[in-house]
Design a protein around this ligand. Structure first.
Ligand code: FES
Length: 110
């Protein structure tokens, strides 16, 4: 993903990088202040950092790089890159995280 990427036991890990390190149009699950979070950088370089907890029943959504969406594996809810509901059963958007670019974040290996 960027020059700080490493392959750790065959899994991609971004060590000490921040969502800014994402390429435009790229999303990833990251670790933010010890919590799992979802980050996406849009084509203008704007960052969206979201709580990956599905608002239906609390499963963890995963980034869908083909569709640029956050998809829930449990009951099929889908959210746009900025967290809005695209498909139910979830009715509420993913929570936004007030991300500060001075905070340390880490990529969570798959
Ligand atoms: Fe995500 Fe049900 S918990 S769709």
């Amino acid at each position: 993903i960027d020059v700080a990427s490493h392959l750790v036991e065959g899994k991609l890990e971004l060590v000490g990088t921040r969502p800014e390190a994402l390429l435009k149009g790229e999303g990833a699950v990251i670790q933010w202040k010890g919590e799992r979070a979802g980050a996406y950088k849009d084509e203008n370089g704007e960052l969206y950092v979201l709580d990956t907890t599905c608002t239906h029943m609390g499963c963890e959504v995963e980034w869908n790089s083909a569709e640029h969406s956050w998809d829930c594996p449990c009951h099929g809810s889908r959210f746009s890159y900025d967290g809005h509901v695209m498909e139910g059963p979830a009715k509420k958007p993913l929570k936004k995280i007030a991300y500060s670019d001075t905070d340390e974040v880490r990529h969570i290996p798959e």
